[in-house]
Design a binder for this molecule. Structure first.
Ligand code: PLP
Length: 572
């Protein structure tokens, strides 16, 4: 079944992303970028934004993670059977990669919004008849790091193949191509072919940058670019993308767009320093609340505010929720997590203890092991009071991230042997596990090196479910904590402190701040039942702002420049 022509001709926004987390078990995501894209299309469908999504179909996925007896990460492929949820696009397009003709087809997935609006997503694939075997593997796995060649080819398929496919399917009214990070920047080349000059391309493109980490921006060697494009890349484009002799995909995207944005206020400041020649706005990330709300909280919100899904700004008044309702809802989530955990690890958590959760990709800048910096001090504070639950994948090629995982296992053993403090490490962090963790723990911990976390979103999921954040002030939490200082706790200095704006990221200072706040503030408040529930309700109130309905509305106004129509005018 195809998408009908009316929907195609009314579609004016194409959202192009290397990752879109449609479903927990469909491996089209590795972390925050993909989850954000998924939440974006879910909200766009609810708000009836006329959008189509483009991503790749990774037939062997992003990996399944487990630990061996030494606490080391091991990986398996995820085999997925996508056929029954997807429709096949019948007519492949043809594109040139190096000196070969490669056929690109797609699987169609429909995101259905709250009132039935359909948002089509096309997952491009080369695994089709007519391609030679080695071509079929081009779209095999996400962020395949075996070669730069494979990476650039995937980005050609996403960018160039994506635009060609939309055209061949009859999407003839696209006014905005939203490049979600630089992976899709080659789209601009195909648009240049079609429109003839750079100014016209710029009128159609908007670009979002997602990381302040320089290594997170894709760069390719010029001779690789020359090779795969067979020297067809226009000189003026090469000049715009030039980054000290390398071809920078973010430069390309920024240079050829009419609007650029970062994903949080601080991230905008950093991005301006990285790309001083461009104007850069910011639209702070959010989460799709109906997707991330746990069942007991969904029921409670529904009773209190029947229209909360369409108008999440009512959560501002979370303080009016009934204390006992909040308590019961959270306990249900906590039991649910602990029961699940009992089936998956030898070390059994205890319902009575305050449970601190930490789950994210094990990129080194996230400093997952900071809390163990003075492990004996931690052990003394936590003894009979606190337990920990961790989860997260390290990229298969990231040895340092893998060492962190091993170190967490070792620290856990030490804490248990010496203080009886439990540290549980869950396998295979994905969106399903994330749902359980962000709602079932009592506190959500985040300790990144400052100004490396563009936004972060897992803390927003926790807040929505009445779990206060305990976090370094970076990304969204710089905004969230200032909005409501009762919604959680800050770790260490923030960017306004002239003596130490935090950039030193000292492990001594930051871990000291963790221990002090944990011992002197968090534990006493936790023991005071009413005060704790008060904090939980303040956490929930943040969801009124940190959600993708608000975020997508901002994109529609400022980036896509859509005229507001009734169906998505939820923020009055
Ligand atoms: C929400 C989420 C993320 C992103 O969270 P961060 O705060 O950026 O670490 C990553 N992975 C999964 C599975 C998630 O659900």
């Amino acid at each position: 079944m195809e998408i009908d022509d009316d929907l195609k001709s009314s579609t004016s926004v194409a959202y192009i992303s290397m990752e879109i987390a449609i479903d927990s078990n469909i491996p089209t995501y590795s972390g925050g970028l993909g989850v954000l894209s998924g939440d974006t299309v879910r909200s766009a469908a609810d708000l009836e934004i006329p959008m189509v999504g483009i991503c790749l179909c990774y037939s062997s996925g992003y990996f399944y993670q487990f630990y061996n007896e030494y606490g080391e990460q091991k990986e398996k492929e995820i085999a997925w059977n996508f056929y029954y949820e997807f429709d096949k696009v019948e007519k492949p397009i043809n594109m040139k990669i190096e000196n070969k003709n490669v056929l690109v087809s797609a699987w169609l997935y429909r995101v259905i919004g709250q009132s039935g609006h359909v948002l089509p997503i096309y997952l491009l694939t080369t695994e089709i008849e007519g391609n030679e075997d080695w071509m079929k593997k081009m779209t095999g796995s996400l962020y395949d790091s075996t070669s730069r060649w494979n990476r650039i080819v995937q980005e050609m398929i996403l960018g160039i193949g994506g635009i060609k496919l939309l055209k061949s399917l009859g999407y003839n009214n696209i006014k905005t191509y939203h490049l979600n990070e630089g992976h899709g920047s080659f789209s601009t080349l195909e648009l240049l072919n079609e429109l003839g000059n750079i100014e016209k391309v710029k009128e159609r493109v908007v670009f979002t940058t997602h990381t302040p980490v320089p290594a997170g921006h894709d760069r390719f060697k010029q001779d690789l670019v020359d090779k795969v494009f067979e020297n067809r890349m226009p000189k003026e484009i090469k000049k715009l993308a030039d980054d000290n002799g390398e071809f920078n995909m973010t430069f390309l995207g920024m240079a050829l767009s009419r609007y650029r944005n970062a994903v949080a206020r601080k991230h905008r400041d950093i991005s301006k320093n990285m790309f001083p020649q461009y104007e850069i706005d910011y639209i702070t990330n959010g989460i799709h609340l109906p997707f991330w709300v746990s069942k007991p909280f969904r029921k409670m919100f529904g009773r209190k505010w029947p229209n909360w899904r369409a108008n999440p700004s009512v959560l501002e008044n979370a303080i009016e929720l009934d204390d006992l309702d909040v308590f019961d809802a959270h306990i249900e989530n906590k039991f649910n997590l602990i029961n699940y955990q009992k089936g998956h690890s030898w070390n059994l958590l205890d319902e009575e203890l305050i449970t601190i959760g930490f789950a994210r990709r094990f990129a080194t800048y996230k400093r997952a092991i900071l809390i163990f910096h003075d492990i004996d001090r931690l052990g003394k504070i936590c003894k009979n009071n606190v337990q920990f639950i961790f989860a997260g994948k390290a990229h298969p090629k990231d040895q340092m991230g893998k060492d962190y995982i091993k170190k967490i296992h070792e620290s856990g053993e030490y804490l248990y042997d010496n203080y009886g403090v439990k540290v549980v490490m869950m396998e295979n962090y994905n969106m399903d596990l994330s749902h359980m963790l962000i709602s079932g723990v009592d506190i959500w911990l985040n300790t990144p090196n400052r100004y490396r976390e563009a936004s972060g979103t897992s803390g927003m999921k926790a807040a929505l479910n009445g779990v206060p954040n305990f976090s370094v002030q970076d990304g969204w939490w710089l905004e969230g904590y200032k909005m409501n200082r009762l919604a959680g706790w800050a770790i260490g200095p923030d960017d306004s402190n002239p003596d130490d704006p935090g950039v030193s990221n000292s492990w001594d200072i930051d871990s000291n701040a963790i221990y002090k706040t944990l011992e002197n503030e968090i534990l006493p408040i936790y023991l005071n039942h009413d005060e704790w529930i008060f904090r939980q309700k303040n956490a929930i109130s943040l969801a009124a702002y940190f959600n993708t309905h608000r975020m997508v509305t901002d994109y529609a106004d400022r980036a896509y420049r859509l005229k507001r129509q009734k169906p998505w005018k939820y923020f009055s």
